[in-house]
Design a protein around this ligand. Sequence first.
Ligand code: FAD
Length: 306
Amino acid sequence: MEAEYDAIILGAGAAGLAAGLYTGRAMMKTLILESMGTGGQLLITDLIENYPGFPEGVHGQALAKMMEIQTTRFGPTIEYAEVEAVEDLEKKVKVVRTYDKRYTTKTLIIATGGAHNKLGAAGEDTFAGKGVSYCAVCDGNFFRGQDVMVIGGGDAAMDEGYYLSGIVNSVTVAHRRDELRATKVLQERAFKSPKFKWLWSHVVEEFVGNEALEGARVKDLKTGRVYTYPTAAAFIYVGFHPNSDFVKGMLDMDALGHIHSDLHMRTKLPGVFACGDVRAESTRQLGSAVGDGITAALAAFHYLSL
Ligand SMILES: Cc1cc2nc3c(=O)[nH]c(=O)nc-3n(C[C@H](O)[C@H](O)[C@H](O)COP(=O)(O)OP(=O)(O)OC[C@H]3O[C@@H](n4cnc5c(N)ncnc54)[C@H](O)[C@@H]3O)c2cc1C
């Protein structure tokens, strides 16, 4: 059986669009399947200051549009449908199913990304991008020299909190337990830093402010006291969930469902690649998602040339 496509790319975020740009230019017949809107996480990102080539920064939606135009110019088509299942991944011709269609392809590039878990506090959406953030590396610089909070007690909270401590005046960690979950070495590093303050056994119930975030309404779980803790920013680290359910059990994954791929973005199955935020080794940065997508496309091209 002949496959309809040389490459099917799942997800039209930064990684998927970059992959499509390269498969398109390599003359591979390419389909990109996207369940929401072209751009993925870019669509909910305001100003991006750390993507090379834009000294004044670039707005997420504008960049997504530019990437879409550039990619489709070289041939790939984008269809809007949620991928519900993939089959025959170990075979030469792989099958992708959406609600009402079935597609076949020689290579499959999984670029379905993921999303940060929300805290669920009141005002979280209102102040997202105005002080509430899920990425210190992305937004820390907007709060240079100011007092900020980190919410969570795992590795990501400690790692990103430490990153922030080099930029801001102080980092207050609010954690619902009275001990951290993070690995010991990350805990020790934070405990030693004079920049860290600790709100143990505290939960954030609400984010408050006017135009921008000014504070968090916190509850001390031991005493029941609720009060406003002033802060210019709140960085939330309560998990990240990758969009990988449709390949569960077929590919190697970490405990949270991030797909393992090697330096060429190859998964354990020949002709199947994973790139961007959905992969376990991702730095979850735009630049690296783009780089991953390019690497996956070139690896897919080499796979077909064998
Ligand atoms: C608010 C915010 C701010 C950020 N700021 C920065 C920043 O300043 N600098 C920086 O470097 N990075 C930043 N990031 C991170 C950066 O945006 C991501 O690392 C990058 O966009 C990930 O791209 P991706 O293509 O791997 O995944 P995504 O952008 O998540 O794209 C995946 C796509 O796959 C689609 N999809 C998922 N499941 C399916 C399915 N079953 N079928 C079909 N389609 C599917 C989704 O709809 C989505 O469009 C930020 C992220 C957020 C959320």
